[in-house]
Design a binder for this molecule. Structure first.
Ligand code: UD1
Length: 421
């Protein structure tokens, strides 16, 4: 297994360009199942998760072609309707195939995603919504079997705003008979991006980006061209890294309006932030002030940036309190940060961090995608030799070429190849 080796102590300086958003690209690729192509998607990042969804869709008969800047996707000739366990177990977002397959073929067989490191992550709300749209759903041998000769519009209330749940139902509803109303819908920017793509295909959607989304079913969709929004989590990770290393970094090609909660928190730490149209300039403070964090659905502080911000607080002045409200078990990075000398106590969904003057290098193990980023950030400031981050396959799921990007900013970071598992 590959590992990442970091010599800490070098402030990041320069410009980093942000890739397309993983969490917008996955539903966009899945949406290409709704009608034959070729669809042209720009800004699709080269990531393991994207490779996984493409592999599943290839098995269904979808054809992908890279043409310059764009990914061409054609699902004109679908020959299967199943997402197998071997692939779904490596990426929970495979559940995004359920809505479009059901809408297009009237049936879908998707392996039930299991729990994952950060929590149980059930898909009950996806399934309940599809049942209220007339789908017949039953579980068998670990698979979700869904059938519907024609989905029907329905009034759906999500008990919890679910991001992929909202996306799945939006995709299922675009060609359903009648109108579907999604209440207490998630309003993350990735949902608005998907709605824009679906509208470019001929869908009729109002309210995406708010908690009530109305989808009027249409008879016919056409292939579309769409550019994915920039990855706000990648941008946020580099912003935090700049603050942590007392660096001076221009985060280019991002959407500052998607990062307001983080920007506000970073300013409270003493970090200087200047916002331009599609760029954020971050200058780290001499001394980092402590701030408290509570993760929330958008536009609140993103749970996907919690672990990275915690790395920052491990070397801040004083105490900070983190409350994780989105996932029940999202502090698994804590025991690894402790190996680098961080002083963190966990009590249920709260973590209390006492800032230390410095972290000390050590070998650590990545446990999930964002935890991996948190450990790399901590490694950038850990003193006394190299920090090795093991199990970085998690990182490759969601960050495009991260070590090259950090190296361009002056970090001493390299990947060492190991035997594959
Ligand atoms: C998406 C993102 C992930 C991010 C998360 C929260 C993608 C591919 N992934 O994940 O990076 O961390 O949003 O912003 O976009 N829940 C249920 N039942 C359901 C669905 C969800 O109880 O049927 C719960 C979950 O366990 C969790 C909460 O709702 O506690 C929010 O999860 P959800 O928004 O669905 O996360 P994902 O869409 O899986």
């Amino acid at each position: 297994m590959d590992k990442i080796v970091i010599e800490g102590g070098y402030p990041l300086k320069g410009t980093v360009n942000i890739s397309g958003a993983k969490n917008a690209a996955l539903p966009a690729v899945a949406a290409c199942l709704l009608t034959g192509g070729p669809h042209r998607l720009r800004g699709i990042p080269r990531l393991r998760d994207i490779h996984t969804i493409k592999s599943i869709m290839e098995k269904l008969g979808t054809v992908f072609q890279e043409t310059g800047e764009a990914l061409e996707v054609d699902s004109g000739n679908l020959t299967a309707h199943e997402a197998p366990y071997e692939l779904v177990k490596t990426m929970r977002a495979s559940i995004l195939l359920l809505g479009p397959l059901l809408a297009r073929l009237g049936r879908a067989r998707i392996s039930l995603p299991g729990g994952c490191a950060i929590g149980a992550r059930p898909v009950n709300l996806h399934l309940k919504a599809l049942v209220s749209m007339g789908a017949d759903i039953h579980m068998e041998h670990g698979y979700i079997n869904a059938q519907a000769s024609k989905l029907k519009g329905a009034d759906i209330f999500f008990d919890i705003p679910t991001v992929t749940g909202t996306e799945n139902i939006m995709m299922a509803a675009v060609t359903a008979e009648g109108t579907t109303t999604l209440r207490n819908a998630a309003n993350e920017p990735e949902i608005k991006d998907l709605a824009e793509m679906l509208c470019a295909m001929g869908a009729d959607i109002e309210g995406a980006g708010t908690d009530t989304i109305i989808v009027h079913g249409v008879d016919h969709l056409t292939p579309c061209e769409h550019t994915i929004i920039p990855d706000r989590i990648e941008a946020g990770t580099f912003m935090i890294a700049a603050a942590l290393t007392r660096g001076d970094v221009h985060v280019n090609g991002c959407r500052p309006e998607h990062l307001t909660a983080l920007t506000e928190k970073l300013r409270q730490t003493g970090t200087k932030i200047t916002i331009k149209d599609k760029s954020i300039h971050v200058r780290g403070p001499e001394s980092i002030e402590s701030v408290d964090i509570k993760t929330m659905p958008f536009p609140g502080f993103a749970t996907d940036l919690q672990a990275q911000f915690m790395a920052l607080m491990t070397v801040a002045k004083g105490w900070s309190m983190f409350r994780e409200t989105v996932f029940e078990n999202r502090f698994i990075h804590v025991s690894e940060l402790r190996r680098l000398g961080a002083d963190i106590e966990i009590n249920g969904n709260q973590a209390l961090i006492r800032g230390r003057e410095k972290l000390l290098s050590a070998p650590v193990m990545a446990t999930d995608l964002r935890a991996s980023a948190s450990l790399i950030l901590a490694g950038l400031v850990a003193e006394g030799g190299a920090t090795e981050v093991h199990r970085i396959y998690h990182l490759d799921r969601g960050y495009e070429d991260i070590e090259t990007k950090f190296r361009t900013l002056g970090a001493k970071i390299r990947r060492e190849k190991g035997p594959s598992v």
